[in-house]
Design a protein. Structure first.
Length: 267
């Protein structure tokens, strides 16, 4: 049986509102796939006779394959917000690859996918209609996960050591607040700046600087929702900004709202 991973803890904007509107589950990948895949995810909703709901996220530096009835697509990293309008009743199944984890399948520079989505048929030259019908006939999410795992294992590439390297760096960025510059990453990873930038460009699709900022803004958005307050000086200091104005500008550029406006949108 597929093991559930639990609800997302960061990245979904207005998470409490989203949890009241959608059902979101995540599942660990099996041991054959976990080197490449962070988890499988499902979202379902029933807004019959209700107003549509706009879901917005701040995506992680990961490629996704998203399965909808009649529409299978590969999503590169979205540098801004990702927004989608949910209407009526529906469900989506997705694969979240680890940073760099899609590169061995794609065998091309991942930056060519950044801010883009492409049909899965561009990668797999095969008719998947029967596979799709079988997938969406299943009600049990665990059975869907097993079917997708069996399908992916047919294309399983060799483990690329650069995927592990990328993830060790990104895990450190995510958990260590003291990392506020690309120079710090270069130092602890023992890579020169040019090699580091080239690695992220090819395997992740975004720069190390973008990854630092994304994790920090995600954290601030999460804290604003939990604390229902904005500690400007503390946030700016924690995120390594020289002043509050710079922090506010980056927050608004990323989320589309100032911190005050975002706080109001949570109410």
């Amino acid at each position: 049986m597929s093991q559930e991973k639990g609800k997302p803890t960061r990245g979904v904007l207005r998470q409490r509102k989203a949890n009241h509107t959608t059902k979101h589950n995540r599942y660990f990948a099996n041991t054959n796939l976990e080197y490449f895949i962070e988890h499988f995810w499902t979202v379902s909703w029933d807004l019959t006779n209700k107003e549509p709901y706009l879901v917005e996220t701040l995506p992680f530096p990961s490629v996704h394959i998203v399965f909808e009835q009649g529409n299978w697509e590969i999503y590169g990293v979205t540098k801004g917000r990702f927004s989608t309008l949910l209407e009526g009743r529906g469900s989506v199944f997705g694969i979240k690859f680890r940073p760099g984890g899609f590169h061995p399948f794609f065998k091309k520079n991942i930056s060519t996918l950044t801010n883009k989505k492409i049909p899965i048929s561009n990668l797999l030259k095969q008719n998947i209609s029967s596979f799709e019908n079988e997938l969406f006939e299943k009600e049990d999410e665990g059975r869907k996960v097993k079917q997708i795992e069996t399908w992916l294992e047919k294309y399983l590439p060799e483990k690329d050591p650069k995927v592990a390297l990328v993830n060790s760096i990104i895990d450190r960025i995510k958990t260590d607040r003291n990392i506020q510059s690309v120079e710090q990453i270069s130092k602890f990873s023992s890579m020169n700046l040019r090699s580091l930038q080239r690695l992220f460009h090819e395997y992740v699709g975004v720069s190390p600087k973008w990854v630092i900022q994304r994790f920090r803004i995600q954290e601030v958005a999460d804290r604003i929702e939990k604390e229902k307050s904005i500690q400007y000086a503390e946030f700016a200091l924690d995120l390594g900004y020289y002043d509050q104005a710079h922090f506010i500008k980056d927050f608004k550029n990323t989320i589309g709202l100032s911190p005050e406006e975002y706080l109001k949108s949570l109410l």
